[in-house]
Design a protein around this ligand. Sequence first.
Ligand SMILES: Nc1ncnc2c1ncn2[C@@H]1O[C@H](COP(=O)(O)OP(=O)(O)O)[C@@H](O)[C@H]1O
Ligand SMILES: [Mg+2]
Length: 259
Amino acid sequence: MAYTVAVAGKGGTGKTTLAGFLIDYLAEKRLSPVLAVDADPNANLNEVLGEDVEITLSDIREDVSIKNRDGNLPSGMTKTDYINYKLQQAIIEGKGFDLLVMGRPEGPGCYCFANGILREATDRLSDNYKVLVIDNEAGLEHLSRRTTKNVDMMFAVSECSKRGIQAAARVKQLIEELNLDVKELYLIVNRVPEEGLSEDIKAAIESSGLKLAGTVPLDEMVFEYDNKGIPLVKLPKDCKAVKSIREIFDKILLSQIKA
Ligand SMILES: Nc1ncnc2c1ncn2[C@@H]1O[C@H](COP(=O)(O)OP(=O)(O)O)[C@@H](O)[C@H]1O
Ligand SMILES: [Mg+2]
């Protein structure tokens, strides 16, 4: 069973950016192979990693349901055989990691199906990998859908505002309410201004009950690379954001994965 790390939090807080940095970090530390799962319908983890996506799990769902309806499944193959065969094609091979992308399902019903494929695929593939990194969609729906079950480490990512911290605290509450199997939950405050956390924010963190893993500064280079369409994993390792996030991984994650 792979060590599973998931990122959660509101849209735009930096989940995908942090997931990308994590995958790059793990590959460099040779804590690989890593299976990266982009579970956000607005998939863009591949861009952060600099990989092209050809087939998503939603495409597979679409293809399977059409072939199944028309009786066009390859002869001798059951629907499950065919899904598994297509899944092999959907695995994008990067340097030190593989990437699976859920993609955008066509309708509400399809969503569950694509999610089902995703869950089965990650469960089945998980043994072949050292670490599983799940980049979740914005919001907390994925928690109630339990896409992210058996998580060893969850990072709740927040913007640097009181509201942001309160939203991150909801992650903790939901995990408790739904009795989810999340072994460790840590807060990461992203895009922190140069002057650091204000007293108000510190107080909000305190009352959230969340453990603070660390903070990541606002880094113009991240914006710059993003706007130019350069994969963020190509950022220099000593730029502010990458340096800070790596310190967090060194402190919180490294020994846990190695153990
Ligand atoms: N530390 C940072 N400094 C500057 N920009 C950042 C930082 N972290 C993320 N960003 C930018 O914020 C935007 C949202 O980040 P993203 O990772 O896509 O968020 P999410 O996945 O939570 O929606 C992106 O344009 C990204 O480049
Ligand atoms: Mg994202």
